[in-house]
Design a binder for this molecule. Structure first.
Ligand SMILES: [Cu+2]
Length: 558
């Protein structure tokens, strides 16, 4: 794990040369039966939802079983006209097909591996059995090339989730292996007219700013294929620092305080960079729900022009009585933020309000028309709203935990990082960098002891970030209630997340009930940090670990 080079450039898919142009996701009226987000699904069956949500897979009638096949294979993605890059795909697309089901549906997903590497699928945020968690070396063996594996779960909790490999995840997710999982409630108080998913990603590409011919600015890996990673020039300077022309805005600096991320200069929404992003078109006054999923490693501050919005859900959990705001919405790695608003008149932007090179292309047009209005362009230049304070948003409500409550187990996890060491790799002329190390309580993954709990315990975890980098910490299999966010007590609506952003120099405290036995990952979702050691396990007493690292499949979750 420590020998890899960092800042994995999306590696080159040797072989398959079919160029896929991703179909624009279609603005969709709320479906009578769940739809697949405009993406083709190879095999599925569906029926109208029943009113009650059964509790186990065996209770679900076959008519409410959704059957999906996800074929992982190399392919190509046209990020924008003139820029097509080699990627890894599910069913030929990036993002992979959206899986949209109703609460209570049984979902059977068969993963078919046509990659040159072993892989898995992890259902990020889903509260389900440990055996479905898809973590190579912890809950299953990685699925070898040419093999398949079936996940079978009940979509118990409505919300916005996503899926991605948990085998060498820093590289496999980076190459494009991800997709949305949306679980619709049986009944919503008000159904939105438009319900769209926007998957945000960042790529280690210099994009439109790359010199030379259009096509593939991605540095090609060496002939040995996927294992060899080359450093793009942006990080070959020795520091990896973002260049002066592309520093994050002041508000976002703590979130983007990672000296190694300067290579990630191309930002996409649903696989495309503006102006090639699909607009969100709706008549004025229509209720729009946008499900924002950040599958990349950088935090983005999204700004909606032309109207106020409400943040209605974080990581799949509803926000209590959200109010209208025009603040920038920060969304860290792996987080989901669902927003609702009434469509304004005209054409307006939803965009990454930042000064990073890629921010201007992380943009979709909202409203009527595919081009921004003059009013929108003026607003783009003038606006300087603050970041939304998640600790003070929404209305306080009863919740399982309070900061002064009693806990059965209290863990204090100190997050640290060590500076990378540079080395030259002779063959390609590229500079590579040995992996920096990131630790929890001074230990790399698997050096440290797991956090041991018993079923029913009330557990508190404090993330004490003593590194210079931000760490979006993800706990599998549980919903965390955030008690204090970067030193600030949560005084608004109860804040539930499965991935909480721990900023440098701050302490963030979460609580949860140990109600899902198994062995679960707890790790940083800046997946380079995870691959560099920032992972641990939450282990229930008496729960067997279902797989081990290494072995025939080379199990390596990060
Ligand atoms: Cu981290």
């Amino acid at each position: 794990m420590n020998q890899k080079v960092v800042r994995g450039v999306v590696a080159v898919a040797l072989g398959g040369t079919v160029v896929y142009t991703i179909a624009s996701a279609v603005a969709m009226a709320r479906p009578a039966s769940p739809a697949m987000g405009g993406m083709p699904m190879p095999a599925s069956s569906s029926a109208s939802p029943a009113p009650a949500a059964p509790t186990s897979a065996t209770d679900i009638p076959a008519s409410r079983t959704r059957t999906v096949t996800l074929v992982a294979a190399p392919g190509h993605l046209t990020i924008r006209r003139g820029q097509t890059v080699p990627v890894w795909t599910f069913n030929g697309t990036v993002p992979g097909p959206e899986i949209r089901v109703y609460q209570g549906d049984r979902v059977r997903v068969t993963l078919v591996n046509h990659l040159p590497w072993a892989t898995t699928i992890h259902w990020h945020g889903l509260l389900d059995r440990n055996s479905n968690d898809g973590v190579a070396g912890v809950t299953q063996d990685a699925v070898l090339p040419g093999h398949s594996y079936t996940y079978d779960f009940v979509a118990r909790d409505p919300g916005t989730y996503w899926y991605h490999p948990h085998q060498k995840s820093d590289e496999e997710v980076d190459k494009g292996l991800y997709g949305a999982l949306v679980v619709l409630p049986h009944r919503a108080a008000v159904s939105p007219t438009v319900d769209r998913t926007l998957v945000l990603d960042d790529w280690p590409l210099t994009g439109a700013r790359a010199p030379g011919a259009p096509g593939m600015p991605m540095p090609t890996a060496t002939a040995t294929g996927m294992g060899a990673m080359a450093m793009p020039s942006a990080t070959a300077t020795g520091t990896g620092a973002m260049d002066a022309a592309s520093r994050p805005s002041v508000a976002l600096r703590p979130y983007l305080a990672d000296p190694g991320m300067g290579a990630y200069q191309t930002f996409t929404i649903n696989g495309h960079a503006y102006p090639d992003t699909a607009p969100v078109q709706a008549p004025p006054g229509a209720l729009v729900r946008l499900r924002l999923i950040n599958v990349g490693y950088l935090t983005h501050a999204l700004h909606l022009h032309g109207t106020a919005y409400r943040l209605v859900a974080t990581d799949g959990s509803d926000v209590n009585r959200p109010w209208e705001t025009t603040d920038l919405l920060p969304i860290a790695a792996a987080q989901r933020m669902d927003i609702e608003f009434r469509t304004p008149r005209g054409a307006w932007s939803l965009h990454d309000h930042d000064t990073l090179a890629g921010a201007s292309e992380m943009r979709v047009i909202v409203g009527q028309g595919a081009r921004p209005s003059a009013a929108d362009e003026r607003a783009m230049r003038a606006a300087a709203p603050p970041l939304l304070d998640l600790a003070r948003y929404g209305v306080v409500a009863p919740a399982p935990f309070t900061a002064r409550g009693r806990f059965d187990r209290v863990f204090r996890l100190v997050l640290k990082g060590a500076k990378p060491a540079m080395s030259m790799s002779g063959t390609s002329g590229m500079t590579s960098m040995s992996m920096d190390t990131y630790t929890i309580n001074g230990k790399l993954f698997m050096q440290g002891a797991p956090l041991v709990v018993r079923r029913g315990q009330r557990v508190e975890i404090s993330f004490v970030n003593k590194s210079v980098a931000a760490h979006p910490m993800h706990l599998h299999g549980h919903r965390m209630q955030v008690l204090s966010l970067n030193g600030e007590p949560v005084t608004g609506a109860p804040l539930y997340q499965d991935t909480v952003m721990a900023l440098p120099g701050k302490t963030t405290t979460v609580a949860f009930t140990a109600d899902n036995p198994g062995v679960w990952m707890l790790h940083c979702h800046e997946l380079h940090h995870a691959a560099a050691g920032m992972d641990t396990l939450l282990q229930y007493q008496g729960s067997p670990r279902l797989a081990q690292l290494g072995g025939a499949a080379g199990n390596n979750p990060e």
